[in-house]
Design a protein around this ligand. Structure first.
Ligand code: CP
Ligand code: NVA
Length: 337
């Protein structure tokens, strides 16, 4: 498998075997970091001498830290950029050409998917999507890796049930990844938040080729039946903060509770969330929502979040191992995996 010099903009650009390879490399790199098993193909500093830039137009904890730690672990140097000239005093094209001269790889987090596409087009170096309004492909790798670790199953035997805003970046990435890998994916949302029809069609066609399945319903209790993993995300993504009242009204019946976990019929059902999460009142936004709307917890109850079912911190850790795999696969001169 050779993914050298490829950009990672959306999982739709990747074949089943390529995504499986990235997952397998993630497991090998995790084992290396933990000193558990020796996989000689991933020995050494795989990104030594490489320079990486991280461009963030939206806030981040996990994604930024994962790129930085992964790069440092493998010997690369990192520049973090939040206040670039891009799009303000300089065109995206010109900025991309400059970054391509200075850096070996570019990570971008922001709004439009076209920005990551144009960065890849004009920079001439691999570009990694660290989240846009419509996609979050590195998140999917961590979600799947965590599900595989905890269920002991392969992707084609895992059933994910996504509850809540069914057309946000995280839900889209999960639907795309599941459909390519042959997993079962059910989404429960109000109809107005169902996945976008054009993307749904692409995913349905991928699922037809992989023996996967995609089910849409407005009933969360229907969606979770037989699930291995129940997944949710915040109700207003970055850039949608003004929609809070409307989303609360729409999504209150979609809160992930212990009753919903029980409805899966699986005593060991897992709970996943990309994080950050509003599950208590220990955030400023959580407190504001409580004062305005009387809600103490939003997309998931604190009880579920802290329960034995919740694997959210393993999932957060796996962001680093999977992002490392993406950078190593697309950039390393030393990888023989
Ligand atoms: N899950 C995720 O992308 O987290 P951050 O927004 O903290 O990067
Ligand atoms: N859907 C969320 C994901 C955060 C990691 C957002 O875009 O804000």
């Amino acid at each position: 498998m050779n993914l050298k010099n490829r950009s990672f903009l959306t999982l739709l650009d990747f074949k089943k075997e390529e995504i499986e390879y990235l997952l397998s490399l993630s497991f090998a790199l995790k084992a290396k970091k933990k000193g558990l098993t020796h996989v000689k193909e991933v020995d050494g500093k795989l990104l030594e001498g490489k320079n990486i830039v991280l461009l963030f137009d939206k806030t981040s904890t996990r994604t930024r830290c994962s790129f930085e730690v992964a790069a440092h672990d493998e010997g690369a140097s990192v520049t973090y950029l939040t206040n670039s000239q891009m799009g303000k005093k300089e065109s995206l094209e010109d900025t991309a050409k400059v970054l391509g001269r200075l850096f070996d790889g570019i990570e971008y987090r922001g709004y439009e998917q076209k920005v990551v596409e144009d960065l890849a087009l004009f920079s001439g170096v691999p570009v990694w999507n660290g989240l846009t309004d419509i996609d979050h492909p590195t998140q999917f790798l961590a979600d799947m890796m965590t599900a595989m670790e905890h269920t002991g199953k392969g992707p084609d035997s895992i059933k994910f049930a996504y509850i809540g805003d069914g057309r946000n970046n995280v839900a889209n990435a999960l639907m795309i990844g599941c459909s390519i890998l042959g997993s079962s994916y059910s989404v429960a949302s109000p109809e107005s938040l169902f996945p976008e029809p054009a993307l749904l069609e692409k995913c349905r066609s991928a699922a037809a080729g992989s023996n996967g399945s995609i089910t849409l319903t407005t009933d969360p209790f229907e969606a979770v039946k037989g699930a291995d993993v129940i997944y949710t995300d915040i109700w207003c993504s970055m850039g949608e903060e003004d929609k809070m009242q409307e989303r609360i009204e729409l999504l209150k019946p979609y809160q992930v509770t212990m009753d919903l976990l029980k409805a899966s019929g699986n005593d060991d059902v897992l709970f996943e969330h990309c994080l950050p999460s509003f599950h208590d009142l220990n955030t400023t936004i959580g407190k504001e929502v409580y004062e305005k709307f009387g809600l103490k917890e939003m997309e998931v109850s604190d009880e579920v979040f802290r329960s034995r079912h919740s694997v959210v911190f393993d999932e957060a850790e796996n962001r680093m191992h999977t992002i490392k795999a993406v950078m190593v696969a697309t950039l390393s001169d030393k990888l023989n995996y």
